[in-house]
Structure formats: structure tokens, C-alpha cells
Design a protein around this ligand. Structure first.
Ligand code: NAD
Length: 337
């Protein structure tokens, strides 16, 4: 009924506020994702009841007043999700991924070349370089307006304050993820515990809380890490034709891109699925937390052709790990709070 849609919208908005604005989620991500998909299904069936403040139309949370607002010239959007649940025989059901692949082929009328990256479990950041110098860093916020966290980001050791090399672009806007490495998270929580301070539920919350500090000295102590996975603005002289070339360019300019053994180039759907299953097996050995992989059409012209729908691109998808994995993380959270 309409009332159910109104209630679910309100509930999801409350969870999103706790997660994005307060950095203090009260439900597991898997539960949030399940309810979100329920709402999407209802809205598709009864579009006339979709609420104007539905989370299915929006990205993230709200920029906090305590930081200066930054308007993103290119919006920082979200990603649509695909789930590959495990069946009774412990085999993945990849039907949502096959459906994504079909939509992409139908949209392009051509065979796409995909690239697969880890889906970092941190928070999205935009870095603006002018004439090689880092001049601004901002959070995603609601996708259109974020928070100015430049001073805090300057303390992150693997973010270059000056791009590397003699010939650098006059404008480069990098998109990527700020996160806390698992080892740094363990160390931080041990320290917090020893000092009788509040411990953090998981590395993502620790990273978000550490970045959104008014005092950059605190951010500096927390040891954050950055991985670049996108280019939002680039001067024409450096223009490239594909996402993988963007990654190579960023690496050449001194930015840290996803480790090579977590990337899969020139993939078709079968290669994507095999890579997903491989990453799923080795995820615990990675030095950073991931909650799945991100699949992107590599060719930029094809990306433009597919474009965007509502809050996410059509040329990419996040293939997330099955829910029971998230629940194990949440059991750990429950013990700590
Ligand atoms: P998302 O996290 O599913 O996808 C978008 C984000 O993925 C981007 O903003 C970027 O930060 C990140 N990302 C990581 N690796 C990337 C890569 N290689 N390329 C591109 N982007 C990459 O979407 P969302 O809208 O940020 O948030 C939804 C997530 O937040 C879900 O996992 C949801 O469960 C969780 N959430 C939880 C609660 C809760 O109460 N527990 C509330 C709201 C949201």
C-alpha cells in the first residue's frame, strides 16, 4: 500500500542519515540493501506512490555545516548493485550480472570490453589538481554538494600534494576512495581501547570519522590511505580513450591506483564472473576491506553512449558479496559497541 512505501522510505532515510551523516549505522549493510531493493521493487510497481524524498532518487547523505560546502562540477554519483547469492550447493547465482551484461550489449549494439576493480569499502573523495598542485579535496555529500576536507586530505601520505613528472595536466580531478588499511584499523582500535576511548565498528566508519575531523592533526594520526579509480576532469591535451588508460595516466602522475592483482582487464562476462569468484576467495588476504567488485565498460565513448539513469551510471555495476559475509562483520560490530 502507499503507507508501506511511505514507512519504508522514512526508515531507509533514517538509516542513511545514521550511516552517512553520523558515521554510526544501526543496521547491517545487507539489511539496508535488502530494504532498499524492496523499496525499488515497490516503486517500479507503483510509480505513483514514489515519495519525493525517496533514497532511490538520491545519493549519499548531506554535507555537514561544520565544513565549507563544495559544489561538484561533475556530480559524484552512486553505483547500481548486483547480487550473486550462493545456492544450496554453494554455487553462485549470477543471473543479475548476466542481466547487466545484456542491458549493456543491447544499449551499445556491440560487444563491450569490461574492466573489473575492487569495490573499496571506504568513502568517496574528489581531488582537484591545478597545474600539478592539489588545491581542493571534498567528500561526496549528496552527490552535488560535498564537504571541503582539503586540510585533512593533505595529511594522507599516499596522496601526492604535487603530481609527479615534468609534464602534468593543467586540470585533473581524481575520484577515489579514502580508507583505513586493516592493520591500521586494528592498531587504532587497540590504542583506543588502551586509552579507554570509543572503538570503531569497522574500518569504513573509522575512515569516515577520521577524515571528517575539524582538526587535521587527528586525521594525521589516524593513517588513512587513498586509491584512485576515476577521472572526472582532465585537460584535453591528456585525453585518453578508455578507463584503463585513465588508471595508467593517474599511476604515472604519482597517484595510487588499485593493486594490479585486484584488477582484471579486457573481460567479458565469463571472465568477470571467474574473477569475482577468485576475489571472493582471496578477499581476507587483502590489506584493505572490499565489499565486492566494480565492473565498468572500459571504452569512454561507449560509457557516454550508455550514460546515466537517476543516481548511477548504466555503464558500471557493483557486484557485491553475499549477505552472510556482511553479517559476520556485523557480529563483530555488535561485540564492540
Ligand atoms: P555504493 O557504496 O554501493 O556504491 C558507490 C560508491 O562505491 C562510490 O561512491 C564509491 O565511494 C565506491 N567505490 C568503491 N570502489 C569503487 C570503484 N572501484 N569504482 C567506483 N566507485 C567505487 O553506494 P552508496 O550509495 O555509496 O552506498 C550504499 C552502501 O552504503 C551500501 O553498501 C549500503 O549497504 C551502505 N549503507 C548502509 C546503511 C546502513 O544503515 N547500514 C545506510 C546507508 C547505506
Amino acid at each position: 500500500s502507499e503507507q508501506q512505501i511511505i514507512d519504508l522510505t522514512a526508515l531507509l532515510n533514517r538509516y542513511a542519515h545514521e550511516y552517512y551523516d553520523l558515521d554510526a549505522p544501526t543496521v547491517p549493510d545487507a539489511e539496508y540493501d535488502r530494504l532498499f531493493r524492496q523499496l525499488q521493487a515497490w516503486e517500479e510497481q507503483y510509480p505513483q506512490w514514489r515519495q519525493p524524498d525517496s533514497p532511490s532518487r538520491r545519493v549519499g547523505g548531506q554535507a555537514q555545516q561544520k565544513f565549507t560546502a563544495v559544489v561538484h562540477q561533475i556530480p559524484m554519483l552512486s553505483l547500481n548493485n548486483a547480487f550473486s547469492p550462493l545456492d544450496d550447493n554453494n554455487k553462485f547465482d549470477h543471473s543479475e550480472m548476466y542481466a547487466f551484461d545484456k542491458r549493456v550489449r543491447d544499449g551499445l549494439g556491440a560487444e563491450p570490453d569490461y574492466i573489473v576493480e575492487p569495490k573499496f569499502d571506504g568513502l568517496a573523495i574528489s581531488l582537484l589538481y591545478r597545474d600539478g598542485l592539489l588545491i581542493q579535496a571534498s567528500t561526496r555529500g549528496d552527490g552535488y554538494t560535498g564537504e571541503d576536507v582539503t586540510e585533512n586530505v593533505r595529511t594522507i601520505i599516499n596522496i601526492p600534494l604535487r603530481l609527479q613528472g615534468n609534464d602534468v595536466p593543467s586540470v585533473l580531478e581524481v575520484r577515489g576512495e579514502v580508507l583505513m588499511l586493516k592493520a591500521d584499523f586494528e592498531r587504532l582500535n587497540a590504542h583506543q581501547q588502551a586509552e579507554n576511548l570509543k572503538t570503531f565498528a569497522n574500518p569504513r566508519n573509522a575512515a569516515a570519522g577520521s577524515l571528517r575531523q575539524l582538526d587535521p592533526k587527528i586525521t594525521a594520526q589516524r593513517r588513512l590511505h587513498f586509491y584512485a579509480y576515476g577521472v572526472a576532469q582532465l585537460d584535453e591535451r591528456f585525453a585518453v580513450a578508455s578507463h584503463s588508460e585513465e588508471l595508467a595516466l593517474m599511476a604515472r602522475l604519482g597517484l595510487t591506483i588499485p593493486p594490479q592483482d585486484t584488477l582484471c582487464y579486457h573481460a567479458n562476462i565469463e571472465k568477470i564472473l571467474a574473477f569475482y569468484e577468485h576475489i571472493y576467495q582471496v578477499r581476507a588476504d587483502l590489506s584493505f576491506g572490499i565489499d565486492g567488485v566494480v565492473i565498468k565498460v572500459d571504452n569512454l565513448e561507449q560509457q557516454n553512449k550508455l550514460g546515466y539513469v537517476a543516481r548511477a551510471p548504466r555503464f558500471a555495476i557493483a557486484q557485491k558479496f553475499p549477505a552472510e559475509e556482511m553479517l559476520t562483520t556485523v557480529e563483530a560490530i555488535d561485540v564492540q559497541v
